[in-house]
Design a protein around this ligand. Structure first.
Ligand SMILES: NC(=O)c1ccc[n+]([C@@H]2O[C@H](COP(=O)([O-])OP(=O)(O)OC[C@H]3O[C@@H](n4cnc5c(N)ncnc54)[C@H](O)[C@@H]3O)[C@@H](O)[C@H]2O)c1
Ligand SMILES: N[C@@H](CCO)C(=O)O
Ligand code: NA
Length: 430
């Protein structure tokens, strides 16, 4: 057998420790599939003495992860620190500059600096692999970049954040509070170091920006992604969605439109009968629609030590085998910018839930505003009666322009009888 692939790992948190465990437990089958053993020989972490459930005996130890890029014995650098700046970025840049292949799980880094990093990789001939960065253990990058490479892609839709999907599922199934479930997701190793990246939709937007670049052969464009998270989703809306035959999911959607490419991350009402509505807990899903293949659906765990380590190790096996693909699926010069379609131009149906004073004339005022903006109602439900008090009123609309809906919403919010900021959730028929 050829000599082992010598791996240097920076960051021994959830994913780093998971990778060491996987490479140890499955060493034999990995060696067979990689054509040679894959062995961690160096690590960089903050605390040498923390118990991670894996032995660090005999490994070269680095206080400064960036110094690892110059380790002459390391064949590959694995970056599992996280964050789009700081030591993670410095390490990846230093390694690529030295012509060393890099494997990372860092979607923030790729979404923000992916074009420059790919340029560096192309210039030095080094691989930059990132399967773990999108949808955890699901081989979504490989599927889109290699398996579906012969297709024009119309749309990619995904449940791309395990933490949010876990929170929404537990809120619905167990009636639990948002904060309580978030704390559990953190304990399970699903959440980002700063969990607002998860719940505000930023992490899903990082991943969607990466998928959109691969799907449409354009440079990664994170600022173009419209982003909303799940903070405003209430137990009441989850219950009402159920009654209407929907599930609330945080989706990332990238699609070709007449004006270019639209990329958006926001909570959606999806029909309860749609396969994506049944992707629950920490599971993610990626649905790609290609012009020749049709619809491809991938589902699996999107976060956690095991699934993420599985994806990192798969990239290491590719490197050990000498398999390399351009970072964004084509050489930098072959990528072409495509206009970003602004969210105001989105066309779709809406769920609007108001808390209104239960008194005559209020519904007429609300529907009057919708009429003024050309928004047509599909249904209206008032739950309960409480004369002179607040009651929830739910309206669903036919498809209309986002700009019309927003203008109507601003006027409805300002009505005296509307007591709280309304909840607006887009309905996706997919
Ligand atoms: N946890 C998941 O399920 C998951 C899934 C996919 C991708 N990711 C990504 O993987 C990366 C790591 O995530 P994680 O969940 O393992 O995070 P983590 O916080 O558990 O681990 C990160 C580790 O890096 C260490 N670190 C910080 N600064 C360092 C430095 N200067 N030198 C050396 N070590 C340093 C921290 O002490 C910590 O142990 C992130 O980019 C994250 O977005 C995580
Ligand atoms: N925090 C991320 C980790 C996986 O990228 C999530 O919850 O999906
Ligand atoms: Na993946």
């Amino acid at each position: 057998m050829t000599r082992p692939l010598s791996v240097a790992v920076a960051g021994l948190g959830t994913v780093g420790a998971g990778l060491l465990t996987l490479l140890r437990d499955n060493a034999e089958l990995i060696a067979a599939r990689a054509g040679r053993p894959i062995v961690v020989t160096a690590v960089a972490a903050r605390d040498r003495n923390r118990d991670r459930g894996v032995s660090l005996d005999g490994l070269r130890w680095y206080e400064d992860p960036v110094a690892m890029a110059a380790d002459a014995q390391a064949d590959v650098i694995v970056e599992l620190i996280g964050g789009s700046e700081g030591p993670a970025r410095a390490l990846v840049e230093a390694a690529l500059a030295a012509g060393k292949p890099v494997v990372t799980a860092n979607k923030a880094l790729l979404a923000l600096h992916g074009t420059a990093l790919a340029g560096q990789a192309e210039a030095s001939g080094a691989t930059l692999a990132y399967e773990a960065a999108v949808a955890g253990g699901i081989p979504a990058i490989k599927a889109l970049r290699e398996g579906l490479a012969a297709n024009g892609i119309r749309r990619v839709t995904g449940i791309l954040n395990g933490t949010c999907n876990y929170i929404l599922t537990c809120m619905r199934e167990q009636g639990r509070e948002f904060g309580d479930v978030l704390a559990e997701a953190q304990k399970l190793g699903y959440a980002e170091a700063d969990p607002s990246f998860d719940i505000d939709g930023i992490d899903a937007a990082h991943k969607l920006a990466i998928l959109a670049a691969l799907a449409f052969g354009r440079p990664v464009d994170f600022p173009a992604v419209h982003v909303e998270g799940i903070r405003a989703i209430s137990a009441l809306d989850i219950r009402l969605a159920d009654q209407l035959g929907y599930r609330i999911k945080l989706l990332g959607i990238a699609e070709r439109t007449e004006g270019g490419v639209a990329t958006r991350v926001h909570p959606c009402m999806v029909p309860a009968s749609h396969p994506i509505a049944r992707v629950d807990g920490v599971f993610n899903a990626v649905v790609a629609e290609g012009d020749f293949v049709g619809r491809v659906v991938l589902e699996g765990r999107g976060a956690g030590a095991g699934p993420t380590a599985s994806a990192v190790a798969a990239d290491l096996i590719d490197i050990a085998r000498g398999r390399a693909t351009p970072v964004w699926g084509a050489a930098g010069a072959a990528l072409t910018s495509i206009a970003a379609e602004p969210m105001e131009r989105h066309h779709g149906a809406y769920y609007l839930r108001l808390m209104v004073l239960d008194r005559p004339g209020v519904i007429a005022d609300v529907t009057g505003v919708l009429r003024d903006h050309g928004v047509s109602l599909e249904s209206m439900i008032q739950r309960g009666r409480a004369p002179g008090e607040a009651v929830p009123v739910v309206l669903t609309t036919h498809a209309c322009r986002e700009s019309s809906m927003r203008a109507a919403l601003a006027r409805i919010t300002a009505l005296e009888a509307v007591l709280e900021p309304p909840a607006l959730i887009r309905i996706e028929t997919l």
